[in-house]
Design a protein around this ligand. Structure first.
Ligand SMILES: [Zn+2]
Length: 120
């Protein structure tokens, strides 16, 4: 059984949009090399979307280990050229992943700040 508790419907018109662990998602099929990625389906609105949609890995062509290594090197403060040399990818690829991860991190930050307790 797939653990889908961290996922939510991404259709902004859906009644269960953004509700994690609402029990409305199922795995409709798997795709990609080794069928490692899951295609999710919302029972409420019938929308289908990749489990990677909305993440820095959406549309990634690098193997997951290599993509995560790129992001790890960036998070540790390595430069784009240095990260490219260490991981073995083009510096443009490193820059693209950095931009996607940065936008994702900014969105996550805004979501977390919105629900954090206020200072007294
Ligand atoms: Zn939905």
């Amino acid at each position: 059984m797939d653990d889908l508790s961290r996922f939510c419907c991404l259709n902004s018109q859906c009644l269960q949009y953004g509700e994690r662990d609402a029990g409305n998602l199922t795995v409709s099929h798997r795709y990609g090399p080794d069928r490692a990625k899951r295609m999710l389906r919302c029972r409420a609105c019938k929308a289908r979307f990749s489990e990677r949609k909305g993440t820095p890995l959406f549309g990634s062509h690098l193997p997951p280990e290599k993509a995560l290594s790129v992001l790890h090197h960036i998070a540790e403060g390595n430069g784009i050229r240095k990260t490219g040399r260490l991981v073995g990818v083009n510096r443009e690829t490193v820059a693209r992943y950095g931009k996607k991860a940065g936008a994702h991190a900014a969105g996550l930050h805004d979501e977390l700040v919105a629900v954090s307790p206020s200072d007294l």
